[in-house]
Design a protein around this ligand. Structure first.
Ligand code: PGA
Length: 245
């Protein structure tokens, strides 16, 4: 694990954008794993700027998002489809057919949808670089604290902690879907490289447990400590509980 601590969230996100830009320079046909949430927005903003400056080309890129709510219309502004469209896709030259988000129609237990998503990732050659945020409870994607790590893409029941944290995107907490479909921990561990951004004091405990705690499915991100290529980008606040180095 490589850990980098920056003064501000903006700087941590800028570092993530550099890593993605470098990946696309090195391998223009990269398969990227993307994330939603507030944290990566400045990173996407920087990538859009690089694209507009002619520095980054997405024409040969394939993307797979980590997760999506179940039973939500793509047009719903709270869907992750809409989020990605707004914050990245419509600003860059990605091919529509190269964009993937998992999808579990209402009533689907996620088994068939999950297997189809895993097969699509495999058919694309696997994910080269995966972007992650982290939940206050240590979740990555929608892999919530649990008694065991998950493997492939699957349907999850969201924890109250996550529902409360995501309520800010909806009119009320009652509107937050109770289920989502998410890549599993196995999918994330299979990515060639992972970049995790965490900013703000609310993430400090999760980061401490990820970096220094035991590997524990109750802190899903803790498994990253044995991934061979993980870069963690933090601002001062998210790093505030880490022992001084
Ligand atoms: P956030 O979400 O970036 O909105 O804090 C991160 C996550 O829950 O993975």
């Amino acid at each position: 694990m490589q850990i980098h601590i920056y003064e501000t969230a903006e700087q941590a996100c800028r570092a993530a954008a550099f890593l993605f830009a470098a990946q696309l320079t090195r391998k223009p046909e990269s398969v990227l794993g993307l994330a939603t949430g507030s944290t990566p927005v400045p990173c996407y903003r920087d990538l859009i700027a690089y694209h507009q400056q002619g520095l980054v080309d997405f024409s040969r890129v394939t993307t797979f998002n980590l997760d999506e709510y179940c039973g939500i219309d793509y047009q719903n502004p709270c869907s992750y489809h809409a989020f990605m469209e707004e914050n990245l896709f419509r600003h860059v030259n990605l091919r529509a057919e190269a964009i993937h988000l998992p999808d579990a129609p209402r009533g689907d237990d996620g088994g068939a949808s999950g297997r189809a998503y895993d097969a699509a990732i495999e058919a694309a050659g696997g994910i080269d670089l995966q972007l992650l945020g982290i939940g206050r409870n240590g979740h990555i994607g929608f892999n919530e604290p649990a008694d065991a790590f998950t493997y492939g893409t699957h349907v999850v029941n969201l924890s109250q902690n996550t529902i409360d944290a995501n309520a800010r995107f909806f009119d009320s907490v009652d509107d937050v879907p109770r289920q989502a479909i998410s890549m599993g921990i196995g999918n994330i561990m299979a990515c060639r490289s992972v970049v995790l951004i965490a900013t703000g004091e609310s993430k400090a405990e999760a980061i401490l447990r990820t970096v220094h705690g035991p590997i524990d499915p109750h802190v899903p991100a803790s498994i990253l400590s044995v991934h061979p290529s993980v870069t963690i980008l933090l601002d001062r606040e998210a790093a505030s509980l880490l022992p001084a180095r």
